[in-house]
Design a protein around this ligand. Structure first.
Ligand SMILES: NC(=O)C1=CN([C@@H]2O[C@H](COP(=O)(O)OP(=O)(O)OC[C@H]3O[C@@H](n4cnc5c(N)ncnc54)[C@H](OP(=O)(O)O)[C@@H]3O)[C@@H](O)[C@H]2O)[C@@H](O)CC1
Ligand SMILES: Nc1ncnc2c1ncn2[C@@H]1O[C@H](COP(=O)(O)OP(=O)(O)O)[C@@H](O)[C@H]1O
Ligand SMILES: [K+]
Length: 459
């Protein structure tokens, strides 16, 4: 798991380092990391550095000075002022300056790399018009962009995206910031490289899951295991009309390694058994249940029966419209952005502009864990802690992916994992399966890759 820190948390962590040793030179370390990544991205050709007025520009200037030892480096002082010592170092290393925005844009024709060192932790969202035009030109001409700390124009802590750089690679320091992992900003960051600059990272309430976590936590049976101890998951999903949802959820549950899958939903039993003969029909002892996928409509009576089971529930799709008033501790709600908007009584655009805030609010209000599904997937707990799942390729945006995911999460809940882990691991393993088996595969085919992905998880 990797911690994500806000701008303020990062500044506090840096201050603690300086308090301990006032002479420590964090900027030199940061700049060295930037220069290294720049050389890896584009080993030769002119580099154009967009220099802002603060320390982010300072990082860019010291990196420029290093790069100028072996290649042509141009500076655009886009704010008209710049970090004094950094500028002196870059000038004495032989960097040349472009005088105005039009000349900077003209140099894009032969630049092999643009380094965006306009703003970082001190950024106000948005860009001055000249810089916004330049950023758009980089995108239009497909010039690789290395963003220092973050693409300028984004708010460090996330939020709506206006004019900003669209980075190929972002080199950040000590830890990722919310803009690197939370949409819509995350999609502007490209590959995020974290440079260690000797600033210890504090624990926070936002973190991202990694493959090694899956490897360490995946419930693996041992000699003492039997089908019951591994976890029985009950699915009350599907209907005559949406029978496929039942098959998809069952496939997810079985391929994630359920000890037993019971099916007590509305899909024809012949269809279920014809496809999955190991499924046991009807209710019975179980450790977790999955409800809502493919019901076709919110159904209060069906929800009431599920509540009576007294099990931790995965609540998906139509069942999200008939949540009980309370008593959902240990449950997992799995809305996509539209369903979360309905839960909160706000517009979908509001959820999309602040997915983290929306997921946290729903978890707090309902006293349950919330997995907000989409390109980036966030698992919010009632305490406010959020875990971001491993990201998958965008072709998994297809009907049925959510049904499969609910089944996977059901299996993990039944195996005894807490709801946040079941959700973050379930979403991540589905993403890894899609990453490792480039499709597009339909969601049920993708479930067949889950066992090999689990068997080969890299610790
Ligand atoms: N802390 C450390 O020592 C370390 C920090 N490091 C580096 O320093 C970075 C933080 O530096 P920082 O605090 O100087 O802020 P920075 O991001 O350069 O921006 C502030 C300036 O930008 C301006 N400005 C803001 N938004 C704007 C906009 N939309 N449009 C136009 N202007 C805008 C703003 O103007 P003002 O708000 O004053 O009008 C102010 O002048 C950090 O990200 C990392 O790269 C590393 O070296 C490691 C050690
Ligand atoms: N942009 C995207 N990139 C990658 N995966 C996505 C994206 N959007 C959605 N998904 C996938 O689709 C799932 C959500 O599916 P959902 O809308 O609930 O489908 P359904 O209800 O039809 O099964 C997510 O969990 C994720 O796996
Ligand atoms: K930047």
């Amino acid at each position: 798991m990797k911690t994500v820190v806000t701008a303020q948390q990062m500044r506090d962590a840096e201050r603690a380092v300086w308090d301990a040793d006032p002479d420590v030179d964090l900027m030199t370390r940061a700049a060295a990391g930037v220069a290294r990544v720049a050389d890896e991205m584009a080993p030769e050709g002119p580099v154009l550095v967009v220099v802002g007025p603060g320390n982010n520009g300072g990082d860019g200037l010291f990196a420029a000075a290093t790069l100028a030892e072996s290649r042509e480096v141009l500076l655009w002082l886009a704010a008209g002022r710049a970090h004094d010592e950094g500028l002196a170092a870059a000038r004495s290393a032989g960097c040349r300056e472009v005088g105005d925005p039009a000349s900077a844009r003209a140099r894009l024709a032969d630049a092999s790399l643009v380094i965006d060192a306009f703003t970082g932790l001190g950024a106000r969202p948005g860009l001055p018009p000249d810089v916004a035009t330049f950023a758009a030109a980089c995108e239009a001409w497909q010039v690789p962009v290395l963003a220092v700390d973050q693409p300028s124009g984004l708010g460090t802590d996330g939020g709506p995206v206006g004019h900003s750089f669209n980075a190929t690679v972002t080199a950040t320091f000590a830890a990722r910031k919310p803009c690197h992992v939370v949409e819509p900003a995350a999609s502007r960051c490209g590959d995020v490289v974290v440079q260690d600059i000797g600033v210890p990272v504090p624990a926070t309430d936002l973190r991202i899951l990694e493959e090694s976590d899956l490897a360490n936590w995946w419930p693996t049976p041992d000699a003492a295991s039997d089908k019951y101890s591994r976890g029985v998951v009950l699915l009350d999903t599907g209907s005559e009309r949406y029978a496929g949802a039942a098959l998809l959820g069952i496939s997810g549950a079985l391929h994630a390694g359920a000890g037993m899958v019971r099916y007590a939903g509305g899909a024809p039993s012949g269809l279920v058994l014809g496809r999955f003969p190991s499924v046991v029909l009807g209710e019975g002892r179980a450790q977790a249940a999955v409800v809502g996928s493919g019901w076709g409509e919110p159904d209060e009576a069906r929800m009431a029966r599920a509540v009576e089971l007294g099990l931790p529930l995965v609540v998906d799709a139509d069942a999200l419209g008939v949540l009980p008033d309370g008593g959902m501790e240990g449950w997992l709600l799995t809305p996509h952005a539209g369903e979360l908007a309905r839960l909160l009584g706000v517009g979908r655009d509001e959820v999309e502009a602040d997915p983290l805030g929306a997921a946290r609010e729903a978890a707090r209000r309902h006293g349950a864990t919330v997995l907000l599904k989409g390109a980036a997937q966030y698992v919010a707990e009632p305490s406010g802690r959020v875990t971001v799942a491993v990201r998958g390729p965008n072709w998994t945006a297809q009907a049925g992916s959510g049904d499969v995911l609910a089944g996977i999460c059901g299996t993990l809940l039944a195996a005894g994992l807490p709801a946040w882990k079941a959700a973050a691991m379930g979403a991540s393993v589905q993403a890894l399966a899609a990453q490792r088996h480039p499709g597009p595969y339909p969601p049920d085919r993708l479930t067949e890759f889950l066992p090999t992905v689990v068997a080969n998880l890299d610790a």
